[in-house]
Design a protein around this ligand. Structure first.
Ligand SMILES: [Zn+2]
Ligand SMILES: [Zn+2]
Length: 407
């Protein structure tokens, strides 16, 4: 692994600092020296050598940064706060823009290995899908797989399904069998053809995509046939089929999928709900299946409640999320420094407004901070000159191997 060092510099004065493992390569190294880093205090903007990231600043006690600076995350965090507060006031649009559209069924569209006898494989590897579809009809499973991928990349699901079938019929299908089953099963699932999807996916192997798709088909079917919440055992079984899901914001999880499907079903059934409607109980119960307690999961629940228009639940989620997010912001090292005192004051004002259940006022308190050019460009006002701003201006990835053996 290469050792990464970041260089911070002010765009106005000559204030600068390196962050990362210390650059004393070639010197006699002891264990202690190898462990030491060039660190920087984001609150008082003082460079110093430290035993590791997170050690306290010698001047102000704030945890030191030795890797990616925290100030680069501030604008994103403010934007998330703003979106939560907007949803609370009844405007879900900013939150909708932040939240990812997660895939419901997974597939594998990586190009198959290039075969000189099948020009289509080379064209697909190059990303020339129109060219691939104009090329001579393939003779092998590999060629048909490339062609199916070209169709799918161009959005023609029916033609892709047909070509995956040709992969399975080819004389040399064996090596691509599971892959073609996954691809065709996933296409059937996206079309809502559950029986065909299950038949293919059962033979699609044990890769993550195949297990996810099998579990996702079960969840879709269950939501379709159950008027209320699908059987809890079925949901937990689906969750255990794909235990390696992560809280990463855009990853699919079974609970995230279930939630999306239940919100959509409620909207189809009756449009906006009354708060005594049975679907409110169903959605509230579905919250307990969420695998993670991340901002993205909470924000997803909030958006769902906004879409079905149950404002009591919207307020419950939004106030908790805003409180947690604003509190976390007050602990950020750069927010604790003088250079960002106006931001700290805005966060305090927003917290008071949230406490009084006044989301519009909280939003107004944060609005000028979202407009700041330094934060928008992932920079921090320079405490040395008070005029410029500090940002990463160089990344050094040299010398990694040497450092590893030196330990
Ligand atoms: Zn400090
Ligand atoms: Zn400066």
């Amino acid at each position: 692994m290469p050792v990464t060092r970041l260089h911070l510099a002010c765009d106005h004065c000559d204030a600068a600092a390196w962050l990362g493992p210390r650059a004393d390569r070639g010197a006699v190294r002891t264990k202690a020296a190898a462990a030491s880093v060039d660190a920087w205090c984001e609150a008082c903007q003082l460079a110093q050598a430290a035993p590791g990231a997170g050690a306290p600043c010698t001047r102000c006690g704030t945890p030191l940064t030795a890797g990616a600076p925290r100030f680069a995350e501030l604008w994103g965090a403010l934007q998330e706060c703003d979106a939560v507060l907007a949803a609370w006031t009844g405007d879900p649009q900013p939150l909708r823009t932040l939240l990812p559209e997660r895939p419901r069924f997974l597939t594998d569209l990586a190009p198959p290995a290039i075969d000189a006898a099948e020009p289509v494989t080379e064209l697909v590897a190059r990303g020339d899908y129109a060219g691939a579809l104009a090329a001579a009809k393939p003779a092998t499973a590999q060629g048909w797989a490339a062609r199916a991928i070209a169709h799918e990349r161009r959005g023609d699901a029916a033609a892709a399904t047909a070509d995956w079938s040709r992969v399975l019929e080819a004389h040399d299908a064996a090596s691509l069998h599971a892959r073609a089953r996954l691809a065709r099963g996933s296409l059937h699932a996206r079309a809502g053809e559950w029986d065909a999807a299950e038949a293919d996916l059962a033979l699609a192997g044990e890769g993550f995509e195949a297990r996810w798709d099998r579990a996702a088909v079960r969840v879709h079917r269950a939501v379709e046939i159950t008027p209320g919440l699908p059987d809890a055992a079925l949901i937990t079984r689906a969750q255990t089929q794909v235990p390696e899901v992560t809280p990463y914001w855009s990853d699919p999880t079974i609970a995230r999928l279930l939630w999306t499907l239940l919100v959509e079903r409620s909207l189809e059934r009756q449009g906006p709900m009354r708060s005594d409607c049975p679907d409110v109980r169903v959605l509230r119960a579905a919250e307990s299946f969420f695998e993670f307690d991340s901002f993205w999961d909470r924000a997803m629940m909030l958006l769902g409640w906004t879409r079905v228009n149950v404002m009591r639940e919207v307020a419950r989620h939004a106030s908790l999320l805003a409180e947690a997010h604003l509190h976390a912001l007050t602990l950020e090292p750069p927010v604790r420094g003088q250079a960002l005192a106006p931001l700290a004051a805005a966060i305090e004002a927003a917290r008071r407004a949230v406490h009084l259940r006044e989301p519009a006022a909280a939003r107004a308190a944060l609005a000028p901070m979202l407009e700041r050019a330094d934060l928008r460009h992932y920079r921090l006002p320079c405490a040395v000159c008070g005029v410029g701003s500090v940002g990463v201006d160089a990344v050094d990835e040299a010398g990694g191997e040497e450092d590893e053996t030196a330990l």
